[in-house]
Design a protein around this ligand. Structure first.
Ligand code: CMC
Length: 428
């Protein structure tokens, strides 16, 4: 034991080994503490708990650093494609030309969805939220590919499940949308790149010769890269914990989609736009809503502000803010809610409540604004986040299985009744 901390409790001294990461982050290993001392640790929301050792993503919330497999997010967002980044996250290295070609070819080859899926889609009411439809469809993939249920045995099954999921999620996402608006479903067009084919399936009609605006394609590529992984957040931890029971990749990712849906996580991008629209409809008074956000008796929170780990700035938000200005300028979009967003941002950044609590705009404050400019409907925003986060969920699931991690099973401190006797119904 090279480095350790001592815990003094009940007259005994317990040595807790220190684990150190490659960026010199230090953690106390308490995995044997209960066996030695009877003590567990408690940390609601896992605010200070490392659930795993991972080699995928490094982030430093104080310095605003985010790197995938060592590569700074700024460089990847500027220079790479989403599929290249997906390969990096899942397999650990940037692909060479051959590997990238093969990866793109395989993903293009598997984009079709079994026709029986249409029956499944028809079963949903037309106003179903596309996130619910998407997570159901991803679970349903297990029925179409039963081999994927036992991916532990064969590396090839893991590989093909990864390719299928990467390939089919854009098709499923666009079908969830088309089903909602009652338009015919479009099939993927395999001579188009990943983002262009998705945009076509979202916005074209079957008869149309659709060519997406390159500005829109580039913006989508950047947005997907920025969302591709974010270490042990709520949805990724969900994917890992579901996968730790040896549930299939599809079942685990479906659980991740549901976790992402909540407004405190990926659902924030939809909530930001709904909030900005509500402020606009209410006369555009940003100060009124700032006051509401600060009022402890009011449940209102400024959506798109604050982050569990970023306490100075969110590096993704910096890139995306610049991208938003760029895209809106190039597309000639003049969106009144953008002015409200800017007012809100300025006011919050100089307000002591937000400054003291280190609450800064996060990635979702701006992503909704770009998605809106790209013509993506508001209730599809979180689906877009899911498309981007998919490589992260896959990479983290794969790492967890390859490291043979134990089933996730936290402890608790029980605060209920002590033992008491059953009372007959007549006496209650
Ligand atoms: N508006 C007003 N007050 C806030 C906000 C906000 N958006 N966020 C945090 N606070 C206050 C909170 O009331 C608390 O104040 P006090 O110390 O007086 O009780 C303090 O700041 C700390 O908040 P917390 O809830 O303990 O912080 P957390 O780390 O548990 O929560 C968060 C992080 C992201 C859930 C939270 O900041 C939030 O609800 N933000 C709005 C939702 C949002 O934009 N989520 C997207 C996150 S980025 C996308 C992703 O990666 O998922």
């Amino acid at each position: 034991m090279s480095d350790f901390a001592e815990l003094h409790f009940g007259g005994e001294v317990y040595k807790l080994p220190v684990v150190e990461g490659t960026e010199n982050e230090k953690a106390l290993d308490i995995s044997k503490l209960r066996g030695q001392s009877g003590l567990i640790t408690i940390d609601p929301g896992y605010k200070n708990t490392g659930s795993t050792e991972s080699a995928i993503t490094f982030l430093d919330g104080e310095k605003g650093i985010l790197r995938y497999r060592g590569y700074p997010i700024e460089q990847l967002a500027e220079k790479s494609s989403f599929l290249e980044v997906a390969y990096l996250i899942i397999y650990g290295e940037l692909p060479n030309t051959e590997e990238l070609k093969k990866w793109e070819r395989e993903i293009t080859y598997h984009t079709l969805i079994h026709e029986d899926f249409k029956v499944l889609l028809e079963g949903f009411p037309s106003n179903a939220h596309p996130m619910g439809v998407l997570s159901s469809c991803v679970t349903a993939l297990t029925a179409f590919y039963p081999d994927s249920l036992d991916p532990v045995r064969s590396k090839n099954e893991v590989r093909i499940s990864i390719v299928r999921l990467m390939a089919k999620l854009p098709t499923l996402a666009s079908w969830a949308y088309k089903n909602e608006i009652g338009q015919p479903l479009l099939y993927p067009k395999n001579d188009m790149d990943y983002c262009s084919s998705f945009l076509r399936m979202m916005f074209a009609t079957p008869a149309e010769d659709f060519k997406p605006d390159p500005v829109v394609v580039a913006a989508l590529n950047t947005l997907l890269i920025l969302h591709a992984d974010h270490e042990q957040n709520c949805s990724t931890s969900t994917v890992r914990i579901v996968g730790s029971s040896h549930a299939s990749l599809y079942a685990s990712v479906s659980a991740g989609i549901n976790a992402l849906w909540g407004p405190l996580h990926g659902g924030a991008n939809q909530a930001v736009i709904e909030m900005l629209e509500a402020i606009k409809a209410d006369g555009g008074d940003a100060d009124k809503y700032l006051a509401k956000a600060k009022d402890k008796d009011d449940p209102f929170r400024l959506m798109g502000f604050g982050h569990r780990v970023y306490k100075n700035f969110d590096p993704r938000a910096r890139i995306i803010k610049k991208a938003a200005d760029d895209v809106l300028g190039k597309l000639g979009v003049n969106d009144p809610i953008l002015d409200i967003a800017k007012k809100l941002e300025e006011a919050a950044l100089s307000d002591p409540y937000f400054v003291e609590r280190k609450l800064y705009p996060n990635v979702d404050f701006y992503s909704g604004i770009i998605y809106r400019a790209l013509g993506i409907p508001t209730n599809m925003f979180t689906v877009m986040f899911a498309l981007g986060r998919l490589p992260g969920w896959i990479g983290q699931w794969k790492e967890m299985r390859e490291n043979n991690e134990p089933i996730g099973r936290p402890r608790q401190v029980y605060t209920g009744y002590n033992e008491r006797n059953y009372t007959d119904l007549s006496k209650r």
